[in-house]
Design a protein around this ligand. Structure first.
Ligand SMILES: [Zn+2]
Length: 68
């Protein structure tokens, strides 16, 4: 019995990972999720995450909601 694992490219690191979270139709791997959670606003990496997340939501445009 073959176990099929859907591997999806992570939105942040672009690596194909099996574990992670899905936001809308996009995928963020466990590592990056932890990174984002643990990244403080003053961290220099934080803007990169925000930009990527923003692009994600921009692609959707399902609502006129402005979170950030
Ligand atoms: Zn990742």
């Amino acid at each position: 019995m073959a176990e099929s694992i859907d591997r999806i490219s992570c939105l942040v690191c672009q690596k194909e990972q099996a574990k992670g979270i899905k936001i809308l139709d996009e995928f963020i791997c466990e590592d990056c999720e932890q990174d984002i959670v643990n990244t403080k606003v003053e961290d220099e990496r934080y803007p990169q995450y925000v930009i990527r997340m923003r692009n994600l939501w921009k692609n959707r445009e399902t609502t006129g909601e402005r979170g950030l």
